[in-house]
Design a protein around this ligand. Structure first.
Ligand SMILES: CC(C)(COP(=O)(O)OP(=O)(O)OC[C@H]1O[C@@H](n2cnc3c(N)ncnc32)[C@H](O)[C@@H]1OP(=O)(O)O)[C@@H](O)C(=O)NCCC(=O)NCCS
Length: 204
């Protein structure tokens, strides 16, 4: 607690060899809604996290040219810098309205500090509050299983592109929200306005 309130004192103590005693506890980051001025820092973070391949992902087919779900874009901020990002996108999954989670990325130097978990938990809580019934994603099951994501709820659904079935996961926020959903998942986010001579802005 002392170290959390007085980080300088903690740094001093650490330098003097008292690090383990006064190690900072509690989160030194916060999650907030994404703002328009975050775009540049967020884009750079995603480029570092995923590289150019980020635009070739199957999930991107559900996002490109569209806006993310209202009230469901978040950033993690640490020391004034954006160190994490998470968005959700409206989709229709075999006639069931749902959300697609992603991309989720945390700055390399800030990983394993609970920022990814905090972003996902915050996002799921907000999604529930906004009345959404389910969420799906393409990602590593060993990471997302801790939030309750599993392959079973989306087993009969398919995405507009190739995906390893073990990485296509779903979570019902409301029991039965995905029901026996089957068929193609399509993006339903509001279309971005395209100005003349301007290339279609990639979403991610
Ligand atoms: C995945 C990612 C967002 C996790 O962020 P984070 O802030 O480090 O996450 P947390 O602190 O909540 O959790 C870290 C734990 O998850 C584990 N973890 C991270 N990525 C994992 C993965 N792909 N599969 C399984 N476990 C994973 C870490 O080993 C760590 O374990 P530990 O707590 O035992 O040390 C981050 O590693 C990242 O940005 N990766 C690059 C982009 C990416 O792959 N995004 C996900 C796309 S689906």
């Amino acid at each position: 607690m002392v170290a959390h309130v007085f980080p300088a004192l903690a740094a001093l103590a650490s330098a003097a060899g008292f690090g383990p005693v006064l190690r900072p506890v509690g989160p030194s980051f916060r999650i907030r809604d994404e703002r328009p001025r975050d775009v540049e820092a967020r884009e750079a973070l995603l480029d570092r996290g995923f590289g150019p391949a980020r635009f070739t992902k199957t999930s991107e087919r559900l996002r490109e040219g569209r806006l993310p779900a209202e009230g469901l874009s978040f950033v993690a901020v640490r020391g004034g810098a954006i160190v994490g990002t998470l968005r959700f996108w409206p989709v229709e999954a075999g006639r069931h309205a749902s959300l697609m989670l992603g991309p989720l990325a945390v700055e390399g130097a800030c990983r394993s500090a609970g920022i990814g978990r905090a972003l996902v938990e915050h996002g799921l809580k907000r999604a529930r509050k906004l009345g959404h019934g389910s969420v799906m994603l393409v990602g590593d099951a060993p990471y997302y299983a801790r939030f309750g994501f599993a392959a079973a709820p989306v087993a009969k659904l398919n995405l507009p592109g190739p995906v390893d079935p073990a990485r296509f996961l779903g979570l019902e926020l409301v029991v039965g929200a995905l029901g026996d959903a089957s068929g193609r998942v399509v993006g339903t986010g509001q279309l971005l306005e395209r100005r003349r001579n301007e290339p279609l802005r990639l979403a991610a």
